[in-house]
Design a protein around this ligand. Structure first.
Ligand code: C2E
Ligand code: CA
Ligand code: CA
Length: 574
């Protein structure tokens, strides 16, 4: 009896435990944010548990209805989802994947567990669905930002470099070339400043859109930043040759872009091209080379494409070296002034000298001014160099003046950047004061292009300088716009006819006609003329005959160091 009683108590206790467990499980399920499928192979029964309605708008009563799931996820997740749902067919015990739900941003983790009995037969299956959107979309955004440029949706620079590295690695293996097209929008700064950055961004996006059409398995397109884009091409040929892409690009740029505000904008681009293995053997160097040749394309005019060429790279590297050397140069140690005499054509008497800078680097190597002056203008060192030139030349000139009392003019080359310095005029006055040189004794040279770029500001300054008595000379006449009509209103005294005219004077009838009419007109306007780069007697005689006032050139004298100018003055005085 006692035995029976204790057995009943035991059963009762177990039942209570079971009910407790069932309650616990129910509570766990109900509070869970996941949904479950439970399937018993023995009973061939399927049950959906917990938060099912959160994920699905259909009921599941049979394993065969599993196909309903395929439509629930984005296309590319269908095959992996099928594998997870039918895991038993692969003999595995557990598997987890993340799937993206179709037409929504929801990410769901699907995990299947299979339970086998002691004999290894299928017993139960549990599939769990869990919302992992929060985790995945953060990840998504981070991934996106790591690979793509937000403005254009193209690859960003970092990822492009990686992908290009992959192309180069493949190219090495398969002995195939890889090309890089470095693309830069022309005048983007102006557009950005003129229209504002919002429209600037729109232009960047629209152009990015145009480029994105070229993307394929073997063509990668990227937006580096601002107005810079890069295309990488594996084994360029046929449709994806540089030529073909460039042609399509020009086609796309033919019609102006229509902006959202209604404006229309025409774009041109400068393109630099470099190819593995010719130009470089890794992705970064390849991009660098393409960028350097792009600069070359830009400097020869806009809307051009330039292919890699070793000499462009050499020039560039030389420029970088010069750029650094200029920043470190100690003027007194490395620079020197030379002076090229100018003679009156009529009596071959010394009219004046043009001060020309000379530079020897620390190794004693001479660097030509037509190479380093443009670099100094870009890196700003032209300002201290220009001041040094003026001070040093006028100091030397003052010595000659004291010594010989010979009426000589000194011409100084002044760069646009110097003219634009707010204290330029004060500086000139101060140097003249220090060395007791009269404004009438100096002549400042200016090139045509400066006038064109900044006409109003510069002509105002020239007027002030002339009012002080300083002479102004228009240098390199004929290389730029060469319009005689605009000369009329210019505040100048002297016009220097460029060497390019003198070179072909004797051989070319047209040059003769042009030069003759220049001299005729210029004299009518009351300017003095100087012919530059006169190298032969024939040129000298001809120029004298047509009435050119002064002659400068190797025929009469090369640029000379100050002591040799002294000898020349002494001879003239003798
Ligand atoms: P530029 O002002 O046109 O100077 C004339 C250049 O022609 C000088 O070159 C001179 O040596 C050269 N030349 C003169 N006669 C002949 C000739 O008969 N045949 C040939 N082949 N050349 C001749 P350089 O001294 O090499 O100067 C080149 C340019 O560098 C100058 O051209 C000028 O633009 C610039 N430059 C020189 N010194 C200075 C300077 O102190 N300041 C600035 N801003 N620029 C300078
Ligand atoms: Ca000059
Ligand atoms: Ca000149």
């Amino acid at each position: 009896m006692d035995d029976l009683k204790s057995q009943i108590e035991l059963l009762y206790e177990e039942n209570r435990k079971l009910m407790q467990d069932a309650k616990m499980l129910r509570l766990i399920c109900e509070t869970s944010t996941s949904a479950f499928i439970y399937y018993s192979y023995e009973e061939k029964k399927i049950r959906t548990i917990a938060n099912w309605d959160y994920f699905f708008d259909f009921k599941l009563t049979d394993m065969r209805q599993f196909t309903k799931f395929y439509d629930w996820v984005e296309e590319k997740y269908r095959a992996p989802l099928k594998e997870v749902l039918f895991l038993e067919k692969r003999g595995m015990k557990t598997m987890t994947i993340d799937v993206k739900v179709k037409d929504s941003r929801m990410w769901v983790e699907v995990e299947t567990n299979i339970i086998y009995d002691d004999e290894g037969r299928l017993s139960d299956k549990i599939v769990r669905f869990k919302d992992v959107t929060k985790f995945n979309s953060q990840n998504d955004e981070l991934t996106y930002m790591a690979y793509y440029d937000l403005l254009t949706g193209l690859y960003n620079r970092n990822y492009f470099v990686r992908l290009l590295g992959e192309f180069v690695r493949r190219g090495k293996e398969e002995h195939k070339p890889v090309s890089v097209m470095f693309i830069d929008l022309d005048d983007f700064r102006k557009m950005n400043d003129g229209f504002g950055i919002i429209i600037g961004d729109e232009i960047v996006q629209m152009f990015g859109q145009l480029l994105s059409d070229f993307a394929s398995d073997d063509v990668i397109v990227s937006h580096f930043n601002g107005d810079i884009y890069c295309i990488g091409i594996y084994d360029p040929c046929g449709d994806r040759s540089v030529d073909a892409i460039y042609r399509k690009l020009l086609e796309g740029l033919k019609n102006p872009f229509k902006l959202s505000g209604g404006q229309e904008i025409s774009l041109t681009v400068s393109v630099g091209v470099a190819e593995y293995p010719e130009a470089a053997s890794n992705s970064l160097e390849l991009i660098n080379c393409a960028e350097i040749v792009m600069f070359k394309a830009k400097s020869t005019g806009k809307g051009k494409i330039q292919n890699f060429d070793g000499s462009i790279l050499e020039d560039f590297l030389q420029n970088v070296t010069i750029d650094n050397k200029l920043k470190e140069a100690i003027f007194e140690d490395n620079f020197m002034m030379y002076f090229q005499p100018q003679f009156r054509a009529a009596d071959r008497k010394l009219r004046g000298v043009e001060a020309l800078i000379r530079w020897k680097d620390d190794n004693g190597k001479a660097i030509r001014p037509d190479i380093f002056i443009p670099i100094a203008e870009k890196n700003g060192t032209i300002v201290p160099i220009g001041t040094w030139v003026m001070e040093e030349s006028i100091r030397i000139y003052a010595e000659w003046k004291k010594k010989y009392h010979y009426p000589l003019l000194i011409s100084l080359n002044v760069s646009a950047i110097q003219y634009k310095q707010p204290d330029f005029i004060d500086q000139v006055i101060q140097i003249l004061d220090t060395y007791e040189v009269s404004p009438k004794e100096i002549e400042l040279e200016i090139t045509e292009s400066i006038l064109i770029d900044d006409f109003k500001d510069i002509t105002e300054k020239l007027v002030i300088l002339r009012n002080l008595g300083i002479r102004i000379s228009l240098d390199d006449f004929g290389t730029g716009y060469s319009s005689l009509s605009y000369l009329k209103g210019l505040p100048i005294d002297t016009l220097k006819i460029d060497k390019s005219f003198i070179d072909t004077l004797i051989t070319d009838e047209n040059t003769r006609i042009i030069t003759e009419s220049i001299i005729f007109m210029v004299k009518k306007l009351g300017f003095e003329t100087i012919a530059e780069g006169v190298e032969t007697k024939a040129q000298f005689d001809y120029l004298t005959e047509i009435g050119c006032d002064n002659i400068q050139g190797y025929y009469l004298s090369k640029p000379l160091p100050p002591e040799e100018i002294e000898i020349l003055i002494e001879k003239t005085l003798a």
